[in-house]
Design a protein around this ligand. Structure first.
Ligand code: SF4
Length: 143
């Protein structure tokens, strides 16, 4: 991804991309666990960026076309997230721009040595490799 004269590289797998016969691209990210926090605000705050970054990859890395829609899908409840690419301010392009800005913010922060861990909302996930020694550890909320 390009930003000014600098660049950053992201690696990952897109769960699902639908392309209709008229070329409409829809990106879906399946979620099987965790709190249902995939809201518009979480994306705007830079907490849930996977889907907009998937949309960017579908458009630019895979060349599938301009995404028109996308959402997180909670598998067990068979529910769509409150956040959708089309419902975001500025639509899918707006969500992609926010995700890029937040990704760059993170990269620049890391380069500047800002590595202070911050427990995520809802507590630290058990899969975090730092759980055993992190001084900011917070147990997950069970409510
Ligand atoms: S244990 Fe530390 S590094 Fe891991 S999620 Fe919690 S705050 Fe972040």
């Amino acid at each position: 991804m390009d930003g000014e004269e600098d660049s950053l590289r992201l690696r990952g797998v897109i769960d699902r991309v639908d392309v209709t016969s008229d070329g409409m691209v829809r990106v879906i990210d399946y979620k099987t666990a965790g709190k249902w926090a995939f809201t518009k605000k979480a994306v705007a705050d830079g907490k849930k960026l996977q889907l907009p970054l998937d949309a960017l990859a579908a458009r630019d890395a895979l060349g599938l076309g301009e995404p028109a829609e996308g959402f997180y899908w909670r598998v067990q409840q068979a529910e769509r997230s409150g956040f959708t690419l089309s419902g975001f301010d500025g639509g899918p392009r707006g969500a992609i721009e926010v995700a890029l800005d937040k990704a760059w913010e993170a990269v620049r922060g890391a380069r500047a040595g800002h590595f202070v861990p911050r427990p995520p909302q809802g507590g630290c996930p058990s899969y975090c490799p730092a759980v055993a020694f992190c001084w900011r550890y917070q147990p997950p909320y069970s409510g």
